[in-house]
Design a protein around this ligand. Sequence first.
Ligand SMILES: Nc1ncnc2c1ncn2[C@@H]1O[C@H](COP(=O)(O)OP(=O)(O)O)[C@@H](O)[C@H]1O
Ligand SMILES: [Mg+2]
Length: 366
Amino acid sequence: MATVKFAGIVKNFKDNQVLKKVDLEIKDHEFVVIVGPSGCGKTTLLRMLAGLEEVSGGEIYIDDALVNHLHPSRRQIAMVFQDYALYPHMTVEENMSFSLRLKNAPKKEIKARVTEAANILQLGKLLHRMPRQLSGGQRQRVAIGRAIVRQPKVFLFDEPLSNLDAKLREEMRVEIAKLYQRLGATIIYVTHDQVEAMTLAGRIVIMNQGVIQQVGTPIEVYRKPANLFVAGFIGSPTMNFIEGTLRVEKGHVRFASPSLSLDLPASLLAPEGSHEGREAVIGVRPDDVYAGREAGRNCSQKFDSVLEVSELLGHRENLYLKAGELRLLATVEAFFNQSPGSTVPVCFNFENMHVFDKATQRRISA
Ligand SMILES: Nc1ncnc2c1ncn2[C@@H]1O[C@H](COP(=O)(O)OP(=O)(O)O)[C@@H](O)[C@H]1O
Ligand SMILES: [Mg+2]
C-alpha cells in the first residue's frame, strides 16, 4: 500500500509564499499528474514529499504515517528528475545499482533487480556504457531504471520528458503509460504539458501560483473546467473566450457583447435572477465552433465572420476568424478551401459551452 496525503501544505522561501495550503490525497496505485505553468510550485511540492525540502506548514503523510521530519532515505520514494541527474563517472549498470549498493544489498539481488529493470526499459545492451555515450531518451530511461530498481512505494516524476524532442517525447509518454500498467505503482508526475497530463493521468491536479485550481479525471477537467484558469490551460488549441453581460429574459439567459448576442439554453444556465446584469465570460473550444458547411448543418444562432488565416494540420484545419471586434479560432475538417477575406458563417455548439463569472472567474454553467 502507498497512499500520500498533503494536508494544508505551505511553503515559504523567505517572504515568498510559493505553496498556499495545498490539500491533496493520492490513492494507492493511482497515477496523479500535477500540471501548471512554470513557477507554480510543482517541483517544490514533490521535493517536500521526497524530503529534499523542509515544510513551512501543514503535514505530509505516506501510508498514514506523518513524514514531515523523516529522513529522505527512509521515505521509500524514488524521484526521476528533469535533468536525469545520472552520475557521469558510472556506467548505466552502476548508476542503476547505486542505491542498492549503498544499502549493502546482496549482490545476487542487485543483479536480479537491475536485470529486470533493464529488460523492462530495453537497456540490456547499454549496461556498460557511460551516460555521455547515451542519447537523451536513453539517459531518461536509465534515470527511470534507477528508480525502478529501488522498488519504491511512490514514484515521483518531475517533468521527465521536457528535455526530449517532440517525437521522442511521444514515444516515452507511451512507455511511461505501459510502465505504469506493468508496475501498478503509485505515481505522482509533474509536467507543464497539458497533453501529457490528459493522456497519462488517472486524475489531474491543476495548479496555479501555489494554489490547486481543480482536481479531477482528464475528462472531468476538460468537460467541466471549474474556473477560467483551468479552462484556458486544459485543451489545445486554447478555448475561445468572449466577455459580455448576462440578461435574464423569459425562460432563458441572454448573453450580450458588443460583437455578438446569444440566447443561452436553459440547460446551460438556469434563468435565475442572480444572473441579471452579471459580467460573464463564455468559453467555446475551437472544435465546438462550427464554420462554413458545418454551421449550415448544425445550428440555429448563426452569424457571419471573415476568414483571416487558415492553417492546415492534416485531417483538421484551424480557421482564424473575425466577427466585428471578436476573434475566434475554429477547428474544422480539412479541406476548408476558402481564401482569406471570404465570409464564413459561424455558430457554436451550445452543448459544450462554458460560462464563467468574470469577477470570481468561477464556472457558473452546468
Ligand atoms: N530554493 C529556492 N529558493 C527561493 N525560491 C525558490 C526556491 N525554489 C523554488 N523557488 C521559487 O518557488 C516558486 C516555485 O518553484 P518551483 O516549485 O520550482 O515551480 P515549478 O516546478 O512549478 O516550475 C518559484 O517562484 C521559484 O522561483
Ligand atoms: Mg519544476
